[in-house]
Write a protein that binds this ligand. Structure first.
Ligand SMILES: [Fe+2]
Ligand SMILES: [Fe+2]
Length: 200
């Protein structure tokens, strides 16, 4: 388990590197997932003309968005089977867990709410209710949500063999009949569909 208070002694980039390595070594390439989400996020932000401080915030939000998963037991997170409802409820706590862990790190004050909201999907996702933390810029959350979903669909996971191509992943995200897509910003999906993701 990470002791964030202790890691707060490190410069931020060292802390991030350490976290990504730890994720790769112990949580089936969760670090690579985070790096990929960061690249996709950056590509969408470029298309939207968002740069400067917001782009920097989003880099750290994407790199650390799943840090709360490090508190979910491996047998659950890496289970090569469908999770029970109870197990899935536990996994759904990861945005809140991550948010609470990072509260200690002052330089992540503006990044942390984006992490808390990364599965929120305008209330269609989770956590169901967020009190006392006002939502950050909606576009920024939407970009991270789309980049995260897109990357997850394209990645080979322990429980699936998908490894989908760019447009296959876009089609899945555009499927209005899939309840998982409720609250997904389709304008951002359209922007992503036009980005050349060769090599991603
Ligand atoms: Fe997540
Ligand atoms: Fe993720």
């Amino acid at each position: 388990m990470i002791d964030v208070a202790e890691n707060n002694m490190m410069p931020l980039d060292d802390f991030v590197k350490w976290t990504l390595n730890y994720m790769n070594e112990n949580y089936y390439f969760l670090g690579d997932h985070s790096t990929r989400v960061t690249a996709v996020t950056g590509a969408i932000l470029d298309k939207l003309g968002i740069n400067g401080e917001d782009k920097k915030l989003m880099k750290y939000a994407a790199l650390l968005h799943d840090i709360g998963k490090l508190s979910i037991p491996k047998e659950i997170l890496l289970a090569p089977r469908r999770l029970t409802d109870k197990e899935f409820e536990l996994v759904k706590d990861h945005p809140v867990i991550g948010y609470k862990k990072l509260l200690h790190i002052k330089s992540l004050t503006d990044v942390n709410p984006i992490i808390l909201y990364h599965h929120y999907r305008s209330g269609f996702g989770y956590p169901k209710k967020i009190e006392n933390v006002p939502p950050p810029d909606t576009v920024l959350i939407d970009v991270l949500t789309v980049a995260d979903s897109y990357s997850a669909i394209r990645e080979k996971r322990i429980y699936n063999d998908w490894n989908l191509e760019h447009m296959d992943a876009i089609s899945l995200l555009k499927n209005e009949d899939d309840p998982k897509n409720k609250g997904i910003n389709q304008e951002i999906v359209d922007i992503l569909s036009k980005i050349n993701m060769a090599g991603m």
